[in-house]
Design a protein around this ligand. Sequence first.
Ligand SMILES: [Zn+2]
Ligand SMILES: [Zn+2]
Length: 337
Amino acid sequence: MTPEAALLRVIHCLDRAMASPYKTRAFVGALDVVRAIDPVELAERARDGRLTELDGIGDATAGVITEALAGLTPSYLTKVEAESQIELTDAGRPYLDALRGDCHLHSTWSDGGAPIEAMAAAAIDLGHEYMVLTDHSARLTVAHGLNEERLREQLVEIDRINDEIAAAGHDFRILTGMEVDIFEDGSLDLSDELLGELDVVVASVHSKLRMDADQMTRRMVAAVANPHVDILGHCTGRKVGKRPESQFDADYVFAACAQFGTAVEINCRPERLDPPRALIDLAIEYGCNFSIDSDAHATGQLEWQPYGCNRAAERQVPIDRIVNTWSADELLAWTES
Ligand SMILES: [Zn+2]
Ligand SMILES: [Zn+2]
């Protein structure tokens, strides 16, 4: 294992464990140093114990580099690998096994921490057949949301990366998409024309989460009834222990999801785990489809799908109603219908 690979793997595991950005930043900084320095100098410094003289290398990162160069699995990596394992229940296993892709994830184009290529490589390693790239729309300025011009640039870039992936012999593709903001009146933060060009559209509420329940119900029903919307993202907007659920009439919203063919997302982020159990039960009753999505903002977070699988298994979501257990072609046939 090269020092670069070891550091990348440590970052992956720290992301998977949702470590503090401060901790991860040390390893990202060390990675930059390792990539920039002459490998001979790196080896000499490791041998003489002079790595920490370099700006951006501390004791922990020096240890990882030194052990990797010595042909060992760095002890720090072994530790974070073990500590960051994601628990999968026996009941959740068939769900995870059935998943063939991930319909909600971000890259450095918006507020993600990894470039598209790195997200795709990690998704390929997980055995996925596809991933839908859903960076934020323009309104979410804090997340560097994409305006139409940047989205068009991204579509060209995805084409190029897909060609590279195919040339490398991988049976995998990146599907185009966006996590589009739902405005207060239920309209969407992207033109109809561009929405129609995307493979998969996730629509989410990110603002005015505390609006009056009647208004929120109208807002969400209007969004899920939009023929371009395929998946309703993290429907209550809650953050466990931090932010309460938005108030809306879930009967209307899920009935509309069933009526207009919009899947209800089971968001796997550990701080979201949205919808809560009772709402999953209700969405099952209404005959909704589901999508078990990581909402990953870093490569390691692509491994969060077990959280949603465990939850889906517990509530007995019918596996054939989970849209990302379908092949890419089946998924596209559904989003285009
Ligand atoms: Zn979101
Ligand atoms: Zn998201």
